[in-house]
Design a protein. Structure first.
Length: 354
């Protein structure tokens, strides 16, 4: 009887410890509340993809915790078909994917990532062709070192603002912007990257998978490329406000790509790769493009030079239409009268009076 009691006590104690462990670290995300918000209370080891359906609009708050995902079966830790915002209200929260294939975060519709650190061993954040992605105040990293991986891959429309985008492995890409055609439908892409820092062997890789029938547009605003080439290929248009980034793109561009220079891009004797177009923007009225001996230069227009020589300014008095000349006539009459009486000669400047 004593042995039976001890056995029962052991089972109860084991059950208690098991319950505590499940509370501390679950294998799925908590249920959403009445406002559609999911707030983590501890770290989570996901066993399968967490999917947001097309009719859902939810917020996932890491609240300082970590979502780990390493399933060899499912490709995505989070797959969004609806509308989702992923935030971290406390800081230090992150999403870590260690699977060696597929994407960590996948967006098909509308996704906002704000203040979150996400890293993976393959493709960290993927935005599909109909997706609308916004990433702000975040760190997105591709960590695999034994083969190329991608931090952010865009096939749709994306805005990246105030982020660190990092790739560690050889051949790894920070920003990948792609387009393609499927069953006669053309899917072009566009990404704007602002106030961010890029560090990877390839800061940008952009190409069309249908021979340039679809296009990609990459716009940089206040971007620091700490390391890495900006590689734009057929179908891509690259626009940057930085001379350094523009020169990087020109050097690594391939035939069929276009690079648009900024208003202050003054450069001489550039070697432009064959088939690459380097042009002024539509609103650029400060520069002109000059070609000579196979070299291209961008110089300031003469009327926009610093400290240009200004023509002499002649101050003009107000001109009154059909002026009344009676005062002039009276003035002339008095002048003649004084001249005849006193022998004094007066000169009258008609322009100054008028």
């Amino acid at each position: 009887m004593k042995n039976v009691k001890l056995l029962m006590l052991g089972i109860v104690m084991l059950s208690c410890f098991t319950v505590v462990d499940v509370k501390a670290k679950g294998n799925t995300l908590p249920d959403k509340d009445e406002n559609g918000k999911i707030k983590l209370t501890d770290n989570v080891d996901l066993e399968k993809t967490f999917e947001i359906s097309s009719d859902e609009n939810i917020t996932i708050d890491l609240d300082g915790h970590t979502i780990n995902y390493s399933s060899p079966i499912s490709s995505y830790a989070i797959s969004n078909l609806g509308t989702v915002k992923i935030i971290d209200s406390k800081g230090q929260g992150k999403i870590v994917c260690t699977q060696t294939r597929g994407s960590c975060i996948r967006n098909i519709k509308t996704m906002v990532i704000d203040g979150v650190s996400i890293e993976s061993n393959w493709l960290t954040v993927k935005n599909e062709e109909l997706g609308n992605l916004t990433v702000t105040n975040s760190k997105i990293a591709a960590k695999r070192v034994d083969q190329p991986s991608v931090a952010i891959q865009n096939w749709g429309t994306a805005v990246i603002d105030n982020c660190d985008v990092i790739g560690d492995g050889e051949g790894t890409i920070a920003i990948s912007d792609l387009s393609y055609t499927e069953e006669g439908v053309k899917y072009s892409s566009e990404i704007t990257v602002k106030n961010s820092r890029l560090n990877a062997p390839y800061a940008v890789d952009s190409r069309s998978y249908d021979g340039g029938e679809t296009t990609q547009k990459i716009t940089f605003e206040n971007i620091t490329v700490e390391s890495g080439n900006i590689r734009v290929e057929k179908g891509a248009t690259f626009v940057s406000d930085s001379k350094e980034n523009t020169l990087n793109a020109i050097k690594n561009a391939t035939s069929g790509s276009t690079i648009v220079v900024s208003d202050d891009f003054v450069a001489s004797n550039l070697d432009i790769p064959e088939g690459v177009t380097v042009e002024l923007g539509e609103d650029n009225d400060t520069l002109e493009r000059v070609e000579k001996d196979g070299k291209v230069s961008f110089i300031r227009k003469e009327n926009n030079q610093t400290n240009p020589i200004q023509p002499e300014v002649v101050e003009e008095l107000e001109v009154v239409e059909n002026p009344d000349t009676s005062d002039i006539n009276l003035y002339l009459l008095l002048s003649l009268l004084i001249t005849s009486i006193c022998g004094i000669t007066y000169s009258v400047n008609k322009k100054s009076i008028l």
